[in-house]
Design a protein around this ligand. Structure first.
Ligand code: ADP
Length: 429
């Protein structure tokens, strides 16, 4: 149980950490891209303005212009490039980008329809399969009102993009490392946090076991004393005193049952109960339990039946199995109206593994859907007064559940109010 709480705390802690780290990475990465984008956009727009201004004079003297787009050297390995076109669209100057970008850049220029002076990011794929990123801008060149030509300026941002990609991978790698460290720290801290809870829980469990154990002796002394008084002074006692003694005896019996039920559960919780498993025929145990409870059934006019195969050899704790059958059949008799029927059905089922199936079926009061899970909790009773009247402690089904689980099995209920209930226990052979 504590390992489960510890793991859940660690998962919660790591989950919050993942959320925090991923949000941090996304926000800072998006912020970085935004800043870079606007910075580069501004840069390229500024260079375009400058080139347009510089080329006014040159374009005004057509006699000095080269005939077919003279190449001008830009000492930046083609990172920044530009093309100048004259008034009739012929290329007059160029400083070209890296060779693998040229075709696409020319294509972009041919299809350019952005606003004058506005830089735009253009993305295209290279023959190598990689993506290329260029920020481009165009500006019309005027001398007063006279149109002289157009300049296109671009900047190759592919290297930035690749750097950002590497940064992203690195950030995620760092995040994973941090997450592992956080999970480790979280696990250690959760372990420390539950130490006091664990200690107080264990103390409480010990207390329940000790208290139930210590209560048994005075209760049996009380019982014997009442017996002695009853046999000794029967003739001298008034009717009232006899009734008081009888009531005392019944309350002591109830309390002894409660204490012994509590002790079973407390010992089960503390893990000190060992299952004395042996091979036996479950059908014979079923017959024995039916014999024990037959008088109670007859008293209420209830038909108590045993059905199923008469040779089910199981490997289990015989006494605990008997106790489980006693609890379920006793409940079925208690919560079924006079004249009803209770059936104990024993069979084997073949699933992934061979399993034993015990069903106790009655046509009694039934259990509302919303209470079907709650009845297995300690001291939970649908009708407290009725349970008390019937001598119930509210611990029977908790013990039945514990026995089923201690055998690697499970217990469940199928019930329709007013029609009846079936308690089904399944455990592996
Ligand atoms: P109790 O000692 O009160 O019988 P249990 O743990 O055995 O305690 O059962 C818990 C509650 O489940 C009971 O108080 C009763 O309300 C309900 N219950 C158990 N068995 C049946 C049944 N066969 N039919 C209807 N209700 C049942």
């Amino acid at each position: 149980m504590f390992a489960h709480i510890r793991n859940r705390l660690t998962m919660l802690y790591s989950g919050i950490m993942v959320l925090f780290l991923v949000t941090f990475i996304i926000v800072s990465y998006a912020g970085l891209i935004w800043v870079l984008y606007h910075e580069e956009q501004r840069d390229v727009q500024a260079i375009t303005e400058e080139e347009a201004r510089e080329h006014v004079l040159i374009l005004k003297q057509p006699e000095v212009l080269p005939h077919s787009g003279g190449q001008e050297g830009y000492n930046n390995e083609g990172k920044i490039f530009y093309y100048v076109f004259g008034e009739n669209g012929n290329q007059v100057f160029r400083a070209e980008p890296a060779s693998d970008l040229r075709l696409n850049v020319r294509d972009i220029i041919q299809n350019w329809n952005e606003r004058d002076g506005e830089a735009r990011l253009k993305i295209f794929s290279l023959p190598s399969g990689e993506s290329a990123f260029v920020m481009m801008c165009s500006k019309k060149i005027y001398d007063g009102d006279h149109f002289l030509g157009t300049v296109f300026v671009g900047e190759d941002l592919t290297a930035y993009y690749q750097m950002l990609k590497k940064l992203m991978v690195m950030l995620f790698a760092v995040a994973i490392v941090f997450l592992l460290i956080a999970a480790f720290i979280g696990h250690t801290l959760a372990g420390r946090a539950i130490i006091p809870i664990k200690q107080s829980f264990l103390r409480q469990r010990e207390f329940a076991a000790d208290a139930s154990h210590e209560l048994r002796t005075p209760l049996s002394v009380l019982m014997t004393s009442v017996d002695v008084v009853q046999t000794d002074d029967e003739s001298n006692l008034s009717t009232f005193s006899s009734q008081v003694l009888a009531d005392m005896k019944s309350e002591i019996k109830r309390m002894s049952k409660l204490v012994s039920d509590l002790l079973i559960l407390a010992r089960g919780d503390a893990g000190v109960t060992t299952m004395n498993k042996e091979k036996f025929n479950l059908y014979n145990v079923g017959e024995q339990v039916i014999r024990i409870l037959q008088p109670a059934a007859i008293e209420k006019g209830i038909k108590l039946e045993l059905s199923g195969i008469n040779n089910i050899n199981v490997y289990a704790d015989k006494e605990r199995m008997k106790q489980l059958l006693l609890i379920l059949i006793d409940n079925a008799i208690k919560y079924t109206a006079d004249g009803g029927t209770v059936i104990l059905l024993l069979k084997m089922v073949n699933g992934l593994k061979q399993a034993v199936n015990i069903t106790v079926q009655d046509n009694g009061a039934g259990i509302p859907k919303e209470q079907q899970q709650l009845i297995f909790e300690r001291f939970y009773r649908i009708d407290k007064a009725r349970s008390r009247e019937e001598g119930g402690t509210g611990l029977g089904l908790s013990i039945a559940k514990w026995i089923a689980e201690a055998h690697g099995g499970a217990i469940r209920v199928e019930s329709v109010p007013g029609i009846g209930s079936s308690f089904i226990v399944t455990f592996p052979m």
